[in-house]
Design a protein around this ligand. Structure first.
Ligand code: GLN
Length: 287
């Protein structure tokens, strides 16, 4: 039998396999290997792993690590394997029922926060809340705001409610609704959404993490704009005068979304870039 591996040896082997199987740069593969091993030996810190690199994990820990590694090598997203993803400085629980929060989406939260007053009450709606990342990040930064998140997936709502509880967002609540279906008569000051916006035949849907994420959270018709069209059309009836609608969208959709907003009567239409410099969020204000 082979001698049991040290932490350093396990990490080195895993890094090599991950880099090769998933075509990832070495540095990224190393971070993933560390994350999986930290999980397997009991959620220890990265510093702990480095300080204990000559330790030999227990056979049970090594077995858990091998299972996580094999699942990762088969393409499962790290966030689902860990059950967690950081977003806007908060640790969100994630399951395959929800889209994995992306750093790009922090742009949407930033854009919303500049339009939500810090010290006066405000009603905010997050459409297609998923894990609750957007709604809860806003709720935590605007304690006097009341944030409502809706989603058409009951399993996603469980994740969002669990996150709100865990992250102390008592001013965020989540309801079952397909877009505005369950919101008759309700009005908000700010509506935000990171809806599905990928074209149904986009080859990216068959690559990487996206293969494992809920299709209903990603794809939206032939040009990816079906849900955005629906939201833009229906939003004015659910916004107060002067209210804002802010939408995340694909890298090449800013112009199309701006046009839809203007057509629906929105003014002050503009777009903002994500960390990669891609126009990612477009917003408009009701007169
Ligand atoms: N930004 C995500 C991606 O391209 C898509 C999320 C969405 O459709 N809302 O991976």
């Amino acid at each position: 039998m082979l001698a049991p591996s040290t932490i350093a040896q396990l990490l080195q082997n895993a890094r090599r396999q991950i880099a090769q199987a998933l075509q990832l740069p070495d540095a990224e593969a190393r971070i993933e290997a560390q994350a999986l091993l930290r999980q397997a030996v009991g959620a220890v810190s990265r510093a702990w792993l480095i300080a204990h690199e000559h330790d030999i994990p227990s056979p049970a820990q090594a077995a858990v690590f091998q299972q996580l590694l094999q699942r990762r090598l088969a393409g499962e997203p790290v966030a689902y394997l860990l059950g967690e993803r950081e977003f806007y400085g908060l640790d969100f629980s994630v399951t395959p029922a929800v889209l994995i929060p992306r750093p790009d989406t922090e742009t949407l939260v930033d854009a919303a926060l500049t339009r939500i007053p810090p010290t006066t009450p405000c009603r905010v709606l997050d459409m297609g809340a998923g894990s609750g990342a957007i709604a809860i990040a806003i709720a935590r930064h605007r304690p006097q705001a009341r944030v409502t998140g809706i989603d058409s997936s009951p399993t996603a709502l469980e994740v969002a409610r669990d996150n709100a509880r865990k992250l102390g967002a008592g001013n965020a609540e989540f309801h079952l609704s397909h877009w505005f279906a369950a919101l008759a008569g309700e009005q908000f000051d700010v509506i935000v959404s990171n809806p599905p916006y990928i074209a149904a035949d986009d080859p990216h849907l068959a690559q990487g993490d996206l293969r494992f994420e809920p299709a209903a959270a990603l794809a939206s018709g032939a040009d990816g704009l079906d849900d955005i069209r629906l939201i833009v059309r229906a939003a004015p009836a659910h916004l107060v005068g002067g209210g804002w609608l802010l939408l995340e969208h694909g890298y090449d959709q800013a112009e199309a979304v701006a046009k839809l907003l203007r057509k629906a009567g929105f003014g002050e239409v503009g777009s903002g870039a994500d960390l990669a410099g891609v126009m990612r969020v477009t917003q408009g204000r009701l007169p």
